[in-house]
Structures are given as structure tokens and as C-alpha cells.
Design a protein around this ligand. Structure first.
Ligand code: AMP
Ligand code: TRP
Length: 327
């Protein structure tokens, strides 16, 4: 089964992205019978990112994080969206079969255009490019968060319209797989960890900066000697998610006994993060210092993706009335 999904290229992923999305996706890519396509949606970023250096670095940071966390480019087709420019051509064909009101009424467009002062047409066209991302590669199952549900419905509608016009076997109509967020990782203030709340923990930061984030976790003001409730404490909630079971039980007992402060717990959490992700941190730094290596790893996926893309595009071009090859 061809499973396909896109990752926003918004920079280095945080612990919430890691535990909630990246690690589960990597293990899904490992299960036999799954032919996974995973790409960094750097063309979508162009709707908002105007700085070329930031655009490039964000993409590299996302790639380095996924690779450091164990993504195997021989098993998963992992590529940068812009490395297969065929997607832009397909988006054009699809756009011409997309009813204007469908895009104008999309929730994400309405939300985004209400919040920015310059509404560009790329923002409006975003779902068409996303449909092309999926349809270009014959994606069958598309795991996405709830917020992307409507985009998948639009993709299915566009694919349906295309197939009615040009033959039912032109495009594969994909199914969404909505992950109901099995797990929400709390941030340093107890709310959902999110870049927009400024409450993230980023395991790829240099030790001193990571330490600052961990030491900044919000706690109540109980004195060192007082017993503490692990169920309501942010430090413990994060520790629980990353530490081995025995260490978690031990910390829980210390909380209840008293004489153990939040400062101690934070140090243990920091130590655990550094230990658990030691290899990943080192790999991330090494990859970020060697963009040539990142490009080589991404090129493996781009070649595989491009072969599939060209076959789909040949089908679409010939049915729509365009030459399949160019002079
Ligand atoms: P975002 O950048 O917020 O769109 O998130 C990218 C991916 O990470 C999505 O699949 C989210 O479901 C997941 N994710 C983001 N924040 C968290 C969190 N605090 N806990 C669990 N998963 C998260
Ligand atoms: N729009 C998606 C998001 O914001 C990212 C994305 C782009 C995507 N193209 C895709 C997801 C294709 C799934 C399939 O998260």
C-alpha cells in the first residue's frame, strides 16, 4: 500500500513533533508491505517564507531531524517537494478542474487570509498543490492531522473530477487517515507543546540552550520538603514520556515522599533527554554541518519519486491533449 504524507518545513521539530508524529511515522515506514512516501513540503512554505536562507535551512533542519531519528532512505522514499518540479505542472492541470468556490470556502484559506495582511494567490492555491503532491505519486492512504481533513476531501473531489473527464484509471483517489492525536505532548507550561506558544523543548539544541528550556518548565511553588503530586506537575509529565519505566516509578515515589524538589526533577529530566537522544543529537549536528550529505540522502528519494511522478504526468498529459515528451 502506498502511504504518503507531507511534512511542513517550519524548522527543527520539537519534542511534541517527535513523540507525536516523527517516531510513529518512522516505525510505520518500517512495517513490511508499506511503501511509504514522505516529503518535506518546501514549496508550500513559499506562501509565507520570503528569506531564501531561512527557507533552505528550515528544510535541511527537518531532513536532518528525521534522518537523525532513524528514517532509512533505502526503505522510505524521502524527498524534498521542490526536487520534483513536476508537481507544479500537475497542480496547474488540477487547478483548471477545481471549482473556484471550493478553494474560496476552504477553512484553512479563510483562517489564514483573516490573519495576514497580504493575501497571496499561493495561499489560495495551497490545496491544489497539496492535491498534486498526493495524486502525482498515486498515494492511497494519507495520514494527516484533523486540520488537514478538508484538504484531503478537496483532493478526492479534484481527483474525481479529473477521472470523470479523462477516465477512471487516470488518478488514484486517496483515503485520508486522520490521526486523532493518540498522544498530546505537553509543553513547558502544561499547554500543548507548540511553536506558537513558545513552550517547546527542542532536543536538538546545544546542551546549554536545552538546559534553559528544561529549567524553564513551569511548576507550582511547593517547598523542597513538601510531598508533591506527580499527576499535576509538568516536569513529571514530560519525564514520564521519555524515561524508562523504572526511573519513572522511582521519581514518582520521590515526589510523594517529599524532600525532593522540582530543581532535582528538572536535572533528571535533562539528563534523561541528553542520554536518550545522545546519538540522535550527534547525528543531527553532523548532518547540519554537512549539507552535501543531506543533499545526497534527499537525492535518493528524489530519484525514486521522480520516476513515479513522470509516469503519472505522462498519463495526465496525453489524456488532457498535451505532448508527453518535449522537444
Ligand atoms: P505542527 O507543526 O504543529 O503542524 O505539527 C506537526 C506534527 O506534529 C503533527 O502531526 C502534529 O500532530 C504533531 N504534533 C505537534 N505538536 C504536538 C504535541 N504537542 N504533541 C503531539 N504531537 C504533536
Ligand atoms: N498541508 C500539510 C500540513 O500543513 C502538509 C502537506 C503538504 C501535506 N502536502 C501534503 C500533507 C500532502 C499530506 C499530503 O501539515
Amino acid at each position: 500500500m502506498r502511504i504518503l504524507t507531507g511534512i511542513q518545513s517550519t524548522g527543527t521539530p520539537h519534542l511534541g513533533n517527535l513523540m507525536g508524529a516523527i517516531l510513529p511515522a518512522i516505525s510505520m515506514g518500517r512495517s513490511p508491505g508499506n511503501d511509504a512516501f514522505l516529503f518535506i513540503a518546501d514549496l508550500h512554505s513559499f506562501t509565507t517564507v520570503r528569506n531564501p536562507e531561512v527557507l533552505r535551512e528550515n528544510t535541511y533542519a527537518v531532513a536532518a531531524a528525521w534522518l537523525a531519528l532513524g528514517l532509512d532512505v533505502e526503505r522510505v522514499t524521502f524527498y524534498r517537494q521542490s526536487d520534483v518540479p513536476e508537481v507544479a505542472e500537475l497542480a496547474w492541470y488540477l487547478g483548471c478542474l477545481t471549482p473556484f468556490p471550493m478553494l474560496a470556502n476552504a477553512h484553512s484559506f479563510k483562517d489564514k487570509s483573516a490573519n495576514v495582511n497580504q493575501v497571496n494567490a499561493g495561499l489560495f492555491y495551497y490545496p491544489v498543490l497539496m492535491a498534486a503532491d498526493i495524486l502525482l505519486y498515486d498515494g492511497q492512504v494519507v495520514p494527516v492531522g484533523k486540520d488537514q481533513k478538508q484538504h484531503l476531501e478537496i483532493t478526492r473531489d479534484i481527483a474525481g473530477a479529473f477521472n470523470r473527464a479523462y477516465g477512471e484509471d487516470t488518478l488514484v483517489v486517496p483515503e485520508a487517515r486522520i490521526d486523532e492525536q493518540l498522544m498530546t505532548i505537553p509543553g513547558t507550561d502544561g499547554r500543548k507543546m507548540s511553536k506558537s506558544y513558545g513552550n517547546t523543548i527542542n532536543i536538538f539544541l546545544p546542551e546549554q540552550e536545552l538546559k534553559k528550556q528544561v529549567m524553564g518548565i513551569v511548576t507550582d511553588s511547593k517547598a523542597l520538603e513538601e510531598p508533591k503530586d506527580p499527576a499535576t506537575d509538568n516536569v513529571f509529565q514530560l519525564f514520564r514520556l521519555v524515561a524508562p519505566a523504572a526511573a519513572v516509578a522511582e521519581m514518582e515515589a520521590k515526589y510523594r515522599a517529599g524532600g525532593y524538589g522540582y530543581g532535582h526533577a528538572k536535572k533528571e529530566l535533562l539528563g534523561t533527554l541528553l542520554e536518550r537522544f545522545a546519538r540522535q543529537r550527534a547525528t543531527f549536528q553532523a548532518l547540519m554541518a554537512d549539507k552535501g550529505e543531506l543533499d545526497r540522502q534527499l537525492a535518493v528519494g528524489a530519484r525514486k519519486a521522480r520516476t513515479v511522478a513522470q509516469a503519472t504526468l505522462a498519463r495526465v498529459r496525453s489524456r488532457a491533449g498535451y505532448p508527453v515528451s518535449h522537444p
